[in-house]
Design a protein around this ligand. Sequence first.
Ligand code: HEC
Ligand code: HEC
Ligand code: HEC
Ligand code: HEC
Ligand code: HEC
Length: 216
Amino acid sequence: MKLFVFPRWANKTRQLAGIALGVTPLYLIGLIWYGASPKTTDVGYMPKQPVPYSHALHAGQLGIDCRYCHNTVEKAAVAAIPPTATCMNCHSKVHTKSELLTPVRDSYATGKPVEWVKVHDLPDYAYFNHSAHVVRGVGCVTCHGRVDQMEEVHQFAPLSMSWCLDCHRNPDLNLRPPEEVTNMTWTPPGDPAEYGKSLREKNHIAPPTDCSTCHR
Ligand code: HEC
Ligand code: HEC
Ligand code: HEC
Ligand code: HEC
Ligand code: HEC
């Protein structure tokens, strides 16, 4: 039984397709290599940073709110990495002789930023926006894990397209009141599914799933 019947004019196309198929392995190797490279989907990716800055100490033990440093998350697409001046608010008085902080003091003196290495990095053809999530009540912990317990930040979620879409199609279990977004230990009162559904309905949350939302 023939499943596909090509019209005669398609013969040329089939020849071309044959040529294209011939090069497919190369393309596939490229895609697999790209897909598996740490920059795209590697959960656990943890590059070495120029200063041993600890979230477990600052966000955990000292209890500094995420927004003190990442102060654009509620207003902008990108979550700002704090400038050296933010560190110096405290470190001009605390641990002023610490060797670990030499690059920070040098940066402050020269005006050259500390060269933090990016942990999360979506490919350029995918568009993400922090404020769209944070003001609607998706918590940092949902996408980044227990950052307040990390000595060094690593990638927690796969950041794949299906990961994005799974939540966009059914966000209920990932919603919380917007004022709790930086709370790492918040839990829903009562039944999580019921509570999430009530938040979604009350705040009219409807994450889009059309391609142009994330590919523009
Ligand atoms: C005192 C400042 C400060 C506070 C408070 C802080 N951070 Fe950070 N954060 C940084 C700095 C500096 C970096 C860059 C170095 C690194 O990756 O560790 C960073 C990096 C990150 C990254 C990785 C960014 C990338 O490159 O992909 C995430 C995610 C993050 N922080 C989340 C949080 C969350 C969530 C909180 C609150 C629980 C928080 N941060 C609190 C200073 C801070
Ligand atoms: C709100 C105040 C505050 C801010 C802002 C702050 N820190 Fe700290 N940091 C502290 C305190 C307090 C300690 C010491 C904790 C202790 O020793 O128990 C510390 C310790 C450290 C240490 C360890 C120093 C050592 O010798 O043990 C490093 C490294 C460090 N901070 C880096 C940074 C960086 C980088 C930034 C900016 C992204 C930053 N800190 C912002 C308060 C702050
Ligand atoms: C819905 C998931 C999600 C939530 C919620 C979320 N993030 Fe992110 N975050 C991401 C993704 C995806 C990236 C990578 C973005 C890119 O490469 O374009 C990222 C990157 C970052 C970065 C690196 C700078 C940047 O914007 O690329 C920081 C810092 C960060 N997040 C902090 C936070 C903090 C703090 C919160 C809570 C206030 C938070 N994030 C909430 C998914 C999320
Ligand atoms: C844990 C749940 C969750 C995850 C994971 C998630 N999102 Fe969302 N996203 C939402 C919610 C909730 C909204 C807000 C919908 C609303 O305002 O009605 C949203 C909104 C958005 C918007 C704004 C849409 C608009 O036009 O208002 C973009 C863009 C977006 N998400 C992209 C992404 C991308 C890209 C990823 C993956 C890297 C991702 N999201 C992962 C829950 C999520
Ligand atoms: C909620 C956000 C979101 C929506 C909606 C979305 N994408 Fe994506 N897409 C992504 C992200 C994020 C990536 C990058 C994944 C990675 O780095 O592994 C991606 C990657 C891709 C890729 C590259 C190959 C792959 O699978 O990784 C293609 C092709 C693609 N998307 C097509 C589409 C089409 C077609 C639609 C509409 C039917 C669509 N996307 C809707 C977020 C989205």
